[in-house]
Design a protein around this ligand. Sequence first.
Ligand code: GLU
Ligand code: ZN
Length: 292
Amino acid sequence: MVNFSTLNPQSTIANPKYRGRLAPSPTGYLHLGHARTFWTAQSRARAHGGELILRNDDLDSTRYKMEFVEAMLEDLRWFGFEWSEGPDIGGKFAPYNQSERMSFYRAALEKLQAGGFIYPCTCSRKDIQSAITAPHPENDEEPIYPGTCREKFPTPSSQLPTAKYSWRFRVPDGEIISFVDGNYGEQKLVAGKDFGDFVVWRHDGVPAYQLSCVVDDAAMQITEVVRGADLLVSTARQILLYRALGQTPPKFFHCELMRDERGERLAKRHDALSLRTLRARGESAEKLRAGW
Ligand code: GLU
Ligand code: ZN
């Protein structure tokens, strides 16, 4: 008989310690919108007495520059962020730079291939655009893939295309993917309608965001993902990836996006609101986050 009185109530199985993360991509300078989402992530980690992990999402080497990595760390520290694991300090789930984690992504890709969850796709962006009949949803930039290559290659793929190809995840058409968001409540997205088959491995050999994110959040034992509301649809895609990889998804908390005076969401091109610029102008981090 199990003696419950000897079990630790903080047992990592029954009640895993909260682990949150900040996962910036060094494709430009961080701006106030990132800072606000990250601040929520940090506050939630602290409120739960948990850990906050910094991960450097630097896979997209065509878009990221080394100077942005340094700037990113500096800007985060200046703003008041503190992390207990990260590319600068290491930790038990190192490395924390995605560019150094290719073996993890490759293993996941192989698992998806073996399970028949993905198929090679030789379509170019232009092919996809011209095959699309319906406009894509406002909140998600990726057009719904028309399924052109779905049946072209036998699955699991024994015979691969000779032209350049990416790997796409076959979504279960019509299935409702639901999850309870910590901020927005119950979410229901229909596979094949709200989002289509998505790329997990790009034709240039780089793992796509959806895959690298799931692989790392799972490997780093993240218990709650705090991110912008622009990623709600991606969260549904990622839930499918967790399932295919035999992993349990974390909890999710999506934050409202910060908008400029014209109602447009902040992007890295809003230089006036970059943390660099604000700091150079003599603004204080405390004041900037007052009221958050
Ligand atoms: N590196 C990704 C980004 O900056 C992370 C998004 C996420 O939080 O999953 O968009
Ligand atoms: Zn295709």
